[in-house]
Write a protein that binds this ligand. Sequence first.
Ligand code: SF4
Length: 148
Amino acid sequence: MIRTKTVAFSKNSSNIFFHILTKCNLKCRHCYINPGQHGKNTLPLSVITAWLEAFALNNNSKNLIFLGGEPTLHPDLPAAVEYARNLGFGSITIDTNGYLFHDILSKVEPGEVDYFSFSLDGATRATNDRIRGAGSFDTCLEGYPQCH
Ligand code: SF4
């Protein structure tokens, strides 16, 4: 089934944007993640699960969005997704630049991830790649259909 929404936001929903690492393979011109302000941490799975439990406390209907950096660079993302699913979050999204590292699509089940959100900064290769780097437009478009 092709869903037309990108994430499960709605007027009254609570949305948690969880940066699990700052590392990224791209250097987009507008990126607000930088080592000076945000460090170079990659959260260990034990810290991620502790935060997930805290986020789910009292109300587990929130929408959870895994971010980075590029979240698929985190080798424990599938385990984090599974843990979050078992905590009962309202929806789980992976926000990716489309490179889909660590063979992520073969390591998560369709029932575990509600949305993959792909980032582009332009409707054309020329516009996007000027901002996000050469090859990023094509890679993102190649990755997107694999999720449907
Ligand atoms: S893909 Fe996202 S995290 Fe990576 S450099 Fe671009 S904006 Fe920053």
